[in-house]
Design a protein around this ligand. Structure first.
Ligand SMILES: [Ca+2]
Length: 256
């Protein structure tokens, strides 16, 4: 059947048989396809902990990142790992950082520290808010010089000497975590939100915060995990049940 007529005359409803052969009946519109009703967010699949080295003198853990990064990205990475961008704020910690730089074997001469003046110019402090005046340090030759009035982050060389640099430059860096944040779980991670599922032998954590793909991937990587991929029917069922624990209306967070 189809409708015919116009707005003035009104419409009449006829069956296809009443229209005759010379009337072309258009095909029905395509059936709309709706996205599946899954909650928004991201699912991380845990891997084993790696990369951190225990520093007994400070009862904490250090991880050296050798891939150069801007200061902001270095800080974000450490924060996502549940730690902080490390600063040489005690002699044992400074010594450990220098030792790991020397042992790295990749000719890593300079790393970012967490010491910065991004909040207030010339008011340098660590990520934890420890002021520069409380830190025992030595400056590299000619530093600090605040070149072009644009140097608000501090780097450290392998001799433990500091220099101010522009925060958009890229260097390696250390993330630091206190021991209390490194207790292992069944999933061999420090994050108790990861739950082992015996059906797949894998550990999963659902993040309710919505991010684009790259930020989601970074968030999972920072937790020593990766974005979950469905590799089997069993895993599909496991993930479906996991999704069901997170009703859609609860998943409205938008983190920066
Ligand atoms: Ca400088």
């Amino acid at each position: 059947m189809q409708l015919e007529g116009n707005a003035k005359a009104g419409y009449s409803l006829r069956s296809a048989a009443e229209l005759g052969d010379d009337v072309e009946i258009p095909p029905p519109p395509p059936v709309p396809v709706y996205p599946p009703e899954i909650p928004k967010g991201q699912l991380c699949l845990a891997e084993t902990r790696y990369g951190y080295e225990y520093i007994p003198d400070v009862d904490g853990w250090l991880r050296l990142y050798t891939v150069p990064s801007t200061w902001a990205n270095a800080r974000l990475r450490c924060q996502l790992e549940g730690g902080t961008l490390a600063s040489p704020q005690s002699n044992p910690l400074a010594a450990a950082m220098m030792k790991m730089m020397g042992e790295n074997g990749q000719n890593l001469n300079i790393v970012y520290t967490g010491i910065n003046a991004n909040i207030a110019k010339d008011d340098y402090m660590t990520i934890d808010g420890l002021p520069l005046s409380n830190i025992s340090l030595k400056w590299a030759a000619g530093e600090p010089n605040n070149c072009e009035n644009s140097e608000e982050c501090l780097v450290m060389n392998g001799a433990g000497e500091l220099a101010d640099v522009n925060c958009s430059r890229v260097f390696g860096y250390f993330c630091f975590k206190k021991s209390a944040k490194m207790s292992k779980t069944k999933c061999d991670t420090w994050d108790s939100d990861y739950q082992l599922d015996p059906r797949t032998g894998s550990c999963y954590k659902f993040h309710t915060a919505q991010h684009n793909w790259h930020r989601a991937a970074l968030t999972c990587r920072a937790e020593q995990a990766h974005l979950a991929v469905i590799n089997s029917d069993t895993e599909a069922r496991v993930l479906k049940k996991l999704f069901a624990k997170y009703p859609r209306e609860k998943n409205i967070q938008n983190n920066p």
